[in-house]
Design a protein around this ligand. Structure first.
Ligand SMILES: Cc1cc2nc3c(=O)[nH]c(=O)nc-3n(C[C@H](O)[C@H](O)[C@H](O)COP(=O)(O)OP(=O)(O)OC[C@H]3O[C@@H](n4cnc5c(N)ncnc54)[C@H](O)[C@@H]3O)c2cc1C
Length: 409
């Protein structure tokens, strides 16, 4: 059977690889336009342990404080558009304790086996930069640590190592690049990090070796399902026909779903990356809690990633918020942050409950979607690919498909 996958980010590529390994004929079509591809600018953390949905209890109170700062980690633009207002109010409803706990459990179950999936990629020869040094979470106070600890309490229940508490000195023993401002920490010792671009390149190269065809186009991409249920993707003078289509175009998936007559709330959550190519002392992936910044050392640069912006101009880079990432991080380091980083911007695909949408697009016979992975699209890419393969090729039903149903909003 033949499948056309729309999108070559972590979700599209992991799906192409999974399907092709199963002997399916796969074509990947993606756009070369700047659409805010998140796959290239993310922090590269493989963190099934961080399964908390974005809408969380207390989020509103915290958000108001952050929003008063123009360089704070969260911004909700006051856009007077009904679609924006409807999305944000749906998100607000998902900040209840019960909805949060449901989401945390659903995402933790879905992420079960994630570290092993990345080990399997390596064992199969997918060539990417993988670091198994864990993730250290740094806090400027015990109180801040306590407000986070509950999210990790059940890690062993999902097959992950227990998260251990550390003092500031213990954190500095492991990571001497941390400053005296760090008073406490959590050690998520079994989590991974990657160089995000290397994963995209590695998956693409492995896909090509097993016969996947790739098209990248600057033309508009059109999708339709024919009366005989075959699918058709066209761009410029090209037409790709197939048995199935998987829409995996990140936040742009909404427009593609619209083309086959379905709409759902999917919005962007904008984030930035700052890459420093100078030598730094950092050797572990770090979460700087009060700054809400993720720090990732790779073999060739140190990346700081952060902020979440809802609404406004999707492709505009806001220098105040970019500077906010560097400034709020500075206090956590025992060395001056280097100047003139390379800045990247990406749009996280967000749903109102912070969980992905994975399944068949209602009203179609053979069009599927996988998006809405928010802050976990790299982490959950292999699990998403396996879920889709089970659904499409073996008609396997699963509780995940219920949790991630497209019609739940
Ligand atoms: C600052 C930041 C830090 C992050 N850190 C992490 C992290 O540490 N760990 C983690 O797991 N996740 C992280 N994320 C989230 C993660 O990057 C996303 O969830 C993930 O990239 C989503 O993958 P995707 O393939 O759905 O979309 P994208 O990565 O956005 O890729 C979309 C793809 O679709 C293509 N496309 C767009 N429009 C069309 C169209 N019309 N037709 C066909 N193709 C199209 C694009 O060319 C691209 O190939 C982070 C995100 C940001 C912004």
């Amino acid at each position: 059977m033949s499948t056309t996958i729309l999108g070559a980010g972590p979700i599209g590529l992991a799906t192409a690889y999974e399907f092709a390994k199963r002997g399916e004929e796969v074509t990947v079509v993606s756009t070369s336009r700047n659409t805010g591809k998140a796959g290239e600018v993310n922090a590269g953390w493989i963190v099934p342990i961080m399964a908390s949905p974005v809408p969380a209890p207390g989020m509103v109170k915290k958000s108001i404080g952050w929003m008063l700062k123009s360089d704070g980690p969260l911004r909700i633009s006051p856009v007077p558009h009904p679609d924006h207002i409807s999305f944000m109010s749906k998100m607000l409803r998902n900040t209840s304790k019960a909805r949060f706990e449901h989401g945390l459990h659903a995402l933790s179950e879905f992420g079960r086996g994630t570290l092993e999936h990345f080990d399997t990629y390596k064992a199969e020869g997918v060539d990417f930069e993988l670091h198994k040094t864990g993730v250290l979470m740094a806090f400027k106070s015990e109180k801040e640590l306590e407000s986070h600890y509950a999210e990790f309490e059940n890690s062993e229940r999902y097959g992950l190592k227990k998260v251990t508490r550390m003092t500031g000195s213990e954190m500095r023993e492991i990571e001497p690049g941390l400053s005296q401002s760090v008073k406490a920490g959590l050690n998520c010792s079994d989590q991974y990090s990657i160089n995000p671009t290397s994963l995209l390149e590695g998956l693409r190269s492995s896909c090509e070796k097993i016969g996947v065809t790739f098209f990248e186009t600057s033309e508009d991409i059109y999708l339709k399902e024919n009366a005989d249920k075959s699918t058709e993707v066209t761009f410029g003078s090209m037409k790709v026909s197939g048995d199935h289509v998987v829409i995996a175009a990140g936040v742009q998936s909404r427009g593609l779903m619209n083309q086959v007559g379905f709409d759902m709330p999917l919005k962007f959550g904008k984030g930035y990356s700052l890459d420093f190519h100078q030598e730094t002392r950092i050797t572990h992936a770090l979460y700087l809690s009060e700054a809400k910044v993720a720090v990732t050392p790779t073999n060739s640069f140190l990346r700081l990633a952060g902020t979440m912006e809802f609404g406004g101009n999707p492709l505009k880079v806001n220098p105040t918020r970019v500077n906010g990432i560097a400034q709020s991080s500075a206090e956590f380091f025992s060395f001056p942050i280097p100047q003139q980083p390379k800045v990247g911007m990406g749009l996280r695909p967000m749903t109102p409950d912070g969980m992905p949408v994975i399944g068949k697009v209602p009203g179609t016979s053979h069009v599927y979607v996988a998006t809405g992975h928010a802050m976990l699209g790299v982490t959950l890419a292999p699990a998403t690919a396996k879920l889709l393969a089970g659904l499409i090729f073996s008609q396997i039903d699963s509780e995940h498909l219920v949790n991630f149903s497209l019609t739940r909003f």
